[in-house]
Write a protein of this length. Structure first.
Length: 163
């Protein structure tokens, strides 16, 4: 069997098997987002986190989890539109670094008339790593799905089927 034949067989198999690689990367992105928000929300530094921004963050996390899970199901079936959704939510994970973690890292609050750092270096680096890993996993999942969708479309055209 030639290299071309092997590639054709691999592309033909895509019609019948799920895109588990992209879906698993979506799950990884979800997992690291969960680690991020558990780490942030378990922090109890006075009343610093009792504000509108945290409420909006909670709502965003719920929407993120729903969209990321929906995208994981969509990429399993080689739906190209979910690649673009993954690109958006992956990029938003990187943008989130500059909202709560960056602001909390530089902030102090008074507890019993003593100035206390809201987020120490260790927690800051940990939550930034969680967001970076989550965002990177989602972006890679989107790129892999886009590449596989294009390959499958090309293969289907070559054999005279429609997507």
């Amino acid at each position: 069997m030639t290299n071309q034949d092997e590639r054709s067989v691999a592309r033909d198999r895509m019609r019948f098997i799920k895109n588990s690689q992209s879906a698993n990367l979506c799950y990884l992105g979800i997992l690291f987002n969960v680690l991020y928000f558990v780490n942030i929300y378990k922090s109890d530094v006075g009343t610093y986190y009792y504000n509108f921004k945290i409420g909006a963050s909670i709502v965003y996390n719920l929407i993120f989890l729903l969209v990321a899970f929906l995208a994981s199901e969509g990429v399993k079936n080689y739906k190209k539109v979910f690649s673009y959704i993954l690109f958006v939510i992956g990029a938003l994970q990187f943008a989130r670094i500059f909202i709560i973690p960056m602001q909390a890292h530089g902030a102090t609050t008074l507890i019993n008339d003593v100035a206390v750092s809201v987020m120490g270096n260790g927690q800051f680096y940990r939550v930034v790593a969680y967001l970076v890993i989550s965002g990177a996993a989602l972006l890679v999942a989107g790129f892999i799905n886009l590449q596989k969708c294009n390959a499958l479309e090309e293969h289907l055209k070559s054999i005279g089927e429609t997507a």
